[in-house]
Design a protein. Structure first.
Length: 262
């Protein structure tokens, strides 16, 4: 009986910890991305760097022995070999060298190397299209496999305190206006798309247009906070694995697409 109680308590603690939401803070300002992930009063990312270990005191030092006496015979042998090597080099310099003539003749006789010709552009495009057509079935099966679990996973995700601050800048007023419209449509379309899958609360959205300003002054800043229970991620993973195990033959092209040939 005591064993069953201990097992039940362990299962309860595991379920409790999996249902406590983790928080992720994402900030992007000045082209720098800052991500912080916290869970149960613990900072999961970024991890603190451990201080370098200090050397332990009390290590014995090795005794320093006096250098060995020099060997005169080795020095004599080195001087003799160096003298013979110099003589051989001098003799080689005095003899006529016909290797230059041979190499020049060989270079003339050798045919020039031909570069590998690339296939025409249309052939390459057709080849890419054929590859995509072959993978179309695998991609559709992948979306079928992860589509429903991904929707349920997105429904458990919450995005809070969204702040967006963008500016379209250009010295040409017409280009700045077009850029401003492009950023606005991209931002609001992205927000509407995400709201179909996840709950979202927005603090502020500011999109401005800077005329007569260099284009490098454009900015794309923002921040948000994500809340997610680890149990939702575990459920999504198990749903995908169960769907694959249920019909391996049907989803075998998915594993080939991921590079895991069975």
């Amino acid at each position: 009986m005591a064993v069953l109680i201990i097992i039940a308590v362990i299962i309860f603690l595991i379920l409790l910890t999996l249902n406590i939401p983790a928080e992720a803070y994402i900030r992007f300002y000045g082209g720098k991305l800052d991500i912080k992930v916290k869970y149960l009063f613990l900072s999961i990312y970024p991890r603190k760097e451990k201080p370098p270990k200090k050397a332990k005191k009390g290590h014995k030092k090795y005794k320093e022995y006096p250098p060995l006496p020099a060997d005169d015979t080795a020095d004599k042998e080195q001087t003799d070999t160096s003298e013979t090597a110099d003589e051989v080099i001098d003799a080689a310099d005095t003899e006529p060298d016909s290797s230059d003539d041979i190499t020049i003749a060989e270079k003339k006789e050798r045919p020039p190397k031909q570069k590998a010709e690339k296939p025409p552009l249309m052939d390459r495009i057709n080849g890419k299209l054929d590859e995509l057509a072959e993978k179309k079935n695998s991609i559709s099966l992948l979306m079928e496999l992860i589509g429903e679990p991904l929707k349920r996973f997105g429904g458990k995700l919450r995005i809070d305190d969204v702040i967006i601050d963008c500016a379209a800048a250009d010295e040409d007023a017409a280009k700045a206006a077009v850029f401003y419209g492009t950023i606005g449509s991209a931002v609001y379309n992205t927000i509407s798309f995400l709201r179909q899958f996840a709950a979202m609360s927005i603090k502020s959205v500011n999109i401005s247009c800077l005329y007569n300003t260099p284009s490098d002054k454009s900015r794309f800043d923002g921040e948000c906070k994500l809340h997610l229970r680890p149990a939702s991620l575990v459920n999504a993973i198990f749903a995908v694995l169960f769907g694959y195990m249920k019909d391996k033959e049907k989803y075998s092209p998915v594993m080939e697409l991921l590079g895991k040939d069975k």
